[in-house]
Ligand binder design. Structure first.
Ligand code: PMP
Ligand code: GLN
Length: 383
C-alpha cells in the first residue's frame, strides 16, 4: 500500500458492522435504516431493469435524473443548475467528494474540514496528495460549533478548498445562517472553493431548515454542492449521488470521475429521478418519524447515563461516555457487544486530533422503535 494511504487501514464502519455480525449485537453503528424507501420508488428500479435500463448510461448521468435534480434544487432552494453541464451523477456522495478533491487540489494544497469529519474526507485529501487542516467543532451549550477565529487562523496561502458538511455527521449540528455567513465570508475573502456535503439535507428536526451554502451571496459561483439519495430515500445501498455547480467545476469533477467509474448504475438513477419528483411527501413523513426516534433514543441514552447532544439533523446522536466512568470511546465500542449487546461508532476516529474526541461515541436512530427500545434497555445495564 502506498505510504500516503497507510494510516487508513479498515474503516470503522466495516470493523463495527463486522463486530455486530459476529456477536449478534444490535447495530446502532453504521448509519443505515432498517426499513427501505418508498415502495413505488423501489418498484421503479425493478421496472427499469425489466424495461432494459441495463447498459452504460451517459457519463454525466441519465438525463432524466439530471433534470429531476435540477428541478429539486430549484423547488427546494431556488437554485438554478443546468442539467446539461452543471449537474453530474456520481456513485454516491463518496465518489463525488473524492472526485471533487482530486479535481480541485494540487499536491500540497490545503483543504479545511471541520473535525470530527466523515472518514472519507481525510482519505480523499490524502489520495490527492493534499493536506487536511482540521478545525474542531466543540460543544457549546449542548450543540457542536466552531470558533470563527480558529477557522480564520486555519486559512493559509496554500488553502484551496473547504469541505462543509451540514447537517453534520456525527455531531447532528445543522449550521445556522450566522455560521454559514462566517464560512462564506472567508471563502469570498480568500478565494476558496467550498465543497458541501449535504447528504442529510432533508433530515432536520424541530422545524430547523437546512440552508445550502450556495444560496449565500457570492457562493453559488464558488461552491461544489454534493448530495445523494441514500439518506433522503432510505436506500443507502443504491449509491447514487450528484454534484451541482458552475460548469467549469463540474467539468473538472467529471474529468476525474470518468476514470474512477465512468458512470453510475442505470436502474437506480431512473428510480431516484422518480423519488425526487414524486416522493417528497414520503420524505417529510420520514423526517417526522425520525424526529420521534431521535427523541426516543436521546431520552433512553440520557436515562442510561450518557451525556447526550441532541441532534438538530442527521440520524445520529453524539454522546459523551465520561458520566458512565469511561474515557476511551474506541475501547468502549470494541467492548460494547460484550458489555451490553450493542454496537456504536467511536467518533475519535473522525478526528485529526483523536484526543479531542476520545470520549465521544455515536449511536444511530434510523432503526425500528423496538430495536431502539431493546438497545436502550441493554445499555441501561452500563450504569
Ligand atoms: N457524507 C456523509 C456525511 C455521510 O454520512 C455519508 C454516509 N453515508 C456519505 C457522505 C456517503 O454517502 P453515499 O452513501 O451517498 O456515498
Ligand atoms: N454514512 C454512514 C455512517 O456514517 C455509513 C458510511 C459507511 O458505511 N461508509 O454511518
Amino acid at each position: 500500500l502506498v505510504a500516503r494511504m497507510r494510516a487508513f487501514g479498515t474503516t470503522i464502519f466495516t470493523e463495527m458492522s463486522a463486530l455486530a455480525a459476529r456477536t449478534g449485537a444490535i447495530n446502532l453503528g453504521q448509519g443505515f435504516p432498517d426499513t427501505d424507501g418508498p415502495a413505488a420508488m423501489l418498484e421503479r428500479a425493478a421496472t427499469a431493469i425489466r424495461e432494459g435500463a441495463n447498459q452504460y448510461p451517459p457519463g454525466p448521468g441519465v438525463p432524466d435524473l439530471r433534470q429531476a435534480v435540477s428541478e429539486h434544487r430549484k423547488a427546494s432552494y431556488g437554485l438554478d443548475y443546468d442539467p446539461d453541464g452543471e449537474i453530474l451523477v456520481t456513485v454516491g456522495a463518496t465518489e463525488a467528494i473524492a472526485a471533487s478533491v482530486l479535481a480541485l487540489c494540487e499536491p500540497g494544497d490545503e483543504v479545511i474540514a471541520f473535525e470530527p469529519y466523515y472518514d472519507s474526507y481525510a482519505a480523499a485529501i490524502a489520495l490527492a496528495g493534499a493536506v487536511l487542516r482540521p478545525v474542531t467543532l466543540r460543544p457549546v451549550e449542548g450543540r457542536f460549533t466552531f470558533d470563527p477565529a480558529e477557522l480564520r487562523a486555519a486559512v493559509g496561502p496554500r488553502t484551496r478548498a473547504i469541505l462543509v458538511n451540514s447537517p453534520h455527521n456525527p455531531t447532528g449540528t445543522v449550521f445556522t445562517r450566522a455560521e454559514l455567513d462566517e464560512i462564506a465570508e472567508l471563502c469570498r475573502e480568500r478565494d476558496l472553493v467550498a465543497v458541501t456535503d449535504e447528504v442529510y439535507e432533508h433530515l432536520t428536526f424541530d422545524g430547523v431548515e437546512h440552508i445550502p451554502l450556495a444560496t449565500l451571496p457570492g457562493m453559488r459561483e464558488r461552491t461544489v454542492m454534493i448530495s445523494s439519495a441514500g439518506k433522503t430515500f432510505s436506500v443507502t445501498g443504491w449509491k447514487t449521488g450528484w454534484v451541482c455547480g458552475p460548469a467549469p467545476f463540474v467539468r473538472a469533477v467529471q474529468t476525474v470521475k470518468q476514470f474512477l467509474t465512468f458512470t453510475a448504475s442505470a436502474p437506480w438513477q431512473l428510480a431516484v429521478a422518480h423519488g425526487l419528483r414524486h416522493e417528497m411527501e414520503w420524505v417529510s413523513r420520514q423526517r417526522a418519524d425520525l424526529e420521534a426516534k431521535r427523541d426516543r433514543l436521546t431520552a433512553g441514552l440520557a436515562a442510561a447515563g450518557f451525556e447526550v447532544y441532541r441532534p438538530a439533523g442527521t440520524y445520529f446522536v453524539q454522546t459523551d461516555i465520561r458520566p458512565l466512568g469511561f474515557t476511551d470511546g474506541l475501547a468502549l465500542a470494541r467492548e460494547l457487544p460484550e458489555l451490553a449487546g450493542v454496537v456504536a461508532i467511536p467518533t475519535q476516529v473522525f478526528y485529526a486530533h483523536p484526543e479531542r474526541g476520545s470520549h465521544f461515541v455515536r449511536f444511530a436512530f434510523c432503526k425500528k422503535e423496538a430495536v431502539i427500545d431493546e438497545a436502550v434497555a441493554r445499555l441501561s445495564a452500563l450504569s
